[in-house]
Design a protein around this ligand. Sequence first.
Ligand SMILES: NC(=O)c1ccc[n+]([C@@H]2O[C@H](COP(=O)([O-])OP(=O)(O)OC[C@H]3O[C@@H](n4cnc5c(N)ncnc54)[C@H](O)[C@@H]3O)[C@@H](O)[C@H]2O)c1
Length: 445
Amino acid sequence: MSSATNVAESRVQGLLGKIDRASAKVGVIGLGYVGLPFAVEKGKVGFKVLGFDRNPVRVERVNRGENFIGDVDDEDLRDLVRRGRIRATADMDHLADMDAIVIAVPTPLNKNLNPDLQYVENVTREIAGRLRPGQLISLESTTYPGTTDGIMKPILEARGLKAGRDFFLAHSPERVDPGNARYTTKNTIKVVGASDPFSLQVAVAFYRKTILTVVAVSSAAAAELSKVFENTFRAVNIALVNELTLLCDRMGLSVWEVLDAAFTKPFGIMPFYPGPGVGGHCIPLDPHYLEWKAREFNFSTHFIALAGEINRHMPEFVAEKALRLLSDRGKGLKGSRILALGVAYKKDIDDPRESPAAEVIRLLLERHATVVYHDPHVARFTGNGLDLLSRPLTAEEVRGADLVLVLTDHSAVDYPMVVREAVQVLDTRNATKRVAGEKPNVVLL
Ligand SMILES: NC(=O)c1ccc[n+]([C@@H]2O[C@H](COP(=O)([O-])OP(=O)(O)OC[C@H]3O[C@@H](n4cnc5c(N)ncnc54)[C@H](O)[C@@H]3O)[C@@H](O)[C@H]2O)c1
């Protein structure tokens, strides 16, 4: 055995020992929807966690034990901070003290729908400037295959330390589903990939400490592609039911009835439902990471392009259907008051990022409708040229609207009251399904 291998092996054993005893110091960069729940899980099994965020407000809130992420239990965070298990800082110099560093920073698209890796590159440079032998670096941000090995590794190795010998480098895509009470960070199977055996061994051990099932793949790129494929699968299937919705609208059939019937098949099919478009930090963005990367191989990802086209068209379809309903009643959008119910991108969460509601509302305002909204989880709705405040959902508010437009099917909304009081409801999520009785004033998407 060469001395280089011996050195690497002793580093592996050193880190494995610390992981096993939960004495490894864990750094989590990016304390958002992904990073904070992860930090809490690690803290709960005994690791000392230091969260890094460039947002001083988030840092202060964590240090006060004040939770701001829906999937984190308030008391868990308060307790871990009180016991000194979790702290946060904006000072990147502390990265040098960490044994394992997890990166959970945003991976958005730029205006041309191309990957914007500036956050990943910035934090990789911060780590590289302080990298020391024996550290594990794991990227959790969603990205195209080749980011960990092609972008991060050269930056990290620039000062002479080598991945797989001096430090360990892995990719483990986060699968958190905000608002999902059944599948959490802990019980969602996690994929881990690394391009050398020592990095894989260390990374798998690190994740096994907090996650019930860890699946290893043979490269970081395979792990990266598995995650982008998962989100592409959703985007494509949502587009398929959205396309069926457009067809059913022309045929005068209820897409909801058709889908409910189709999903009674016990095999070979999986339920997906239509809506006003796709939102959040994943489905509308991640497939385009793959689309962009595929171009490097002179390859066109037709499904991704088509799904993006159909899903992006849905807000226009909703606005047009609202106009149709109003004009059937002798009204136009101009001068009509529309109450939008729900602006978060999906049910029971407070995240309005990339929400299709923003585009629907913008289109309605552009056509001179008056639009107000209620969302029990989003007090203020900004972006896409909007800055609106949620209004209380009262019977008067509902009665005063020419059209109530359900855009997110939050459980906390009193749908029986809405159906009882509204002149007309355009329900894009079938949220009124459970309201009993005849509903002549409800039109589904
Ligand atoms: N939100 C989800 O449901 C979800 C699910 C799976 C995967 N992901 C992926 O996880 C990644 C993170 O997403 P998120 O939703 O947690 O994002 P987020 O915006 O909620 O959190 C990211 C945090 O990173 C911080 N940050 C940005 N640049 C930084 C820097 N240079 N140094 C330190 N901190 C920095 C931000 O201040 C922010 O607090 C993305 O790649 C996303 O695609 C998200």
